[in-house]
Design a protein around this ligand. Sequence first.
Ligand code: BES
Ligand code: MN
Ligand code: ZN
Length: 502
Amino acid sequence: MTAVRLAAIDATGLSLDALVVGLTGGKRDAKIDIPASSGLGAAERRRILDALRTLAVKPKTGEAIKLPGVAGVEAPLIVCVPIGATADEITPELLRRAAGAGTMSLNGIERVGIAMPGDTPAEVAATAQGAMLGSYRFESFRGAGTPTPVRGPKTVTVLTGTHRDRHVREAVRQAEIVAQEVCRARDLVNTPPSALHPKELAAQALAAVAGLDVTTQVLDERGLKRGKFGGILAVGQGSANSPRLVRLAYRPARSKIHVALVGKGITFDSGGLSLKPPTAMETMKCDMGGAAAVIAATAAIARLGLPASVTTYAACAENMPSGTAQRPGDVLTTYGGRTVEVLNTDAEGRLVLADALVRAGEDVPDVIIDVATLTGAQMVALGNRISAVMGNDDELRDDIVHSAAMVGEQFWPMPLPVELRESLDSPIADIANIGDRMGGMLTAGLFLQDFISDDTAWAHLDIAGPAFNEAAPHGYTPKGGTGVAVRTLVQIVRDLADSNSL
Ligand code: BES
Ligand code: MN
Ligand code: ZN
């Protein structure tokens, strides 16, 4: 894991291998510039801008333009990252993306300095977090003979005039914890499904909170049978790798609110007997992205010592077709007794979540938030960068959209129209697991709502698209697992605790 440090802007003797420098302007007729607050001297800034002019490159946001070092800068390589704004338009998220694009572009380079504009706690922390997130690589499955192993920066040193400021240091410390947990979620998603069966995912959940003030419980197949968790068992019954239900409970001495987090943990989604076509299966190791997010967020919340009780459930199963798999037409009984007619075994996420949501309700939390790579319809509606949030409480839903924006994640509110609910009616059971295909993300949300008591505020985050980046890397977001929702979950728990401290 890449370490982050702070240093004075005029620090010497850091022996940097590369320096990332933020560029402002470049859009419309705004002149390309390096603001004085990035800490480089006037002469050095002029030399870098001259070099850019000589190369005649037109800086584009998201790019990383590499130059040989210039006199006065103690690094042999300079990486210019266009921020995409003038100095007075800069936001923390723009800094996060630009810093991330810088470290993302550097392979096999150990000590990287970052000189970006902005010296408030929020700005320095965003720069540090972006640099860390952009340094992430997933290389554990390369062979021994890999000719050029891909290595991200070892240390990132953020150069700032406020490196001694107590608030800046604390903001960076917290941003680093969150970045580490985002990277944990990415690792879990990127791990091949053969190396992350439900049992291993449960073990990883326990490892994530080892040594923290968190109590843990894992139900294996026997425990699930004893507890009558019919949804998780039915989804898992076709696989040789039996399902698990993980429970993590963080109970700080000072607690302002109790939040339950519930994650979909399908370690591989083949569709079951309602088998997916081959190309649709290629990315289905990502189907535990919701579980990864709630596990990592719980670890972050406990490490940060936030004053909120958190009870987290990860519903882990592998969805496979076999002679023991559930069939379209089967009826299962979920935890708590409601029955479901399974018409499509590929709508499995809602089945494992049904059990976990009812179980979470027994802890009597103030708020329940579930996170799931639940529907292809989410991607049709919002694409691969914007996640959806639905729920039974408009205020909570909008709070989540707001908390997400605060930390640079994009969530958009979606409705749960009551009139779609009847499409889930079953002629023989309490509910069917598929409804109207139109508005498929919403019917999935309505299905989940049946397992929530009306007097508990609940939100459902569908991260199907954003959990896994199949396209080119952008900003601090690599290919593969993105760790989406971790930052939002930490922030909403922070914000809910804050607003409850009256
Ligand atoms: N895990 C998938 C949803 C998904 C699709 C996540 C693409 C990430 C990328 C989910 O289990 C699923 O298969 N949903 C079906 C539901 C349908 C059968 C009602 C879907 O969306 O097609
Ligand atoms: Mn599925
Ligand atoms: Zn799935």
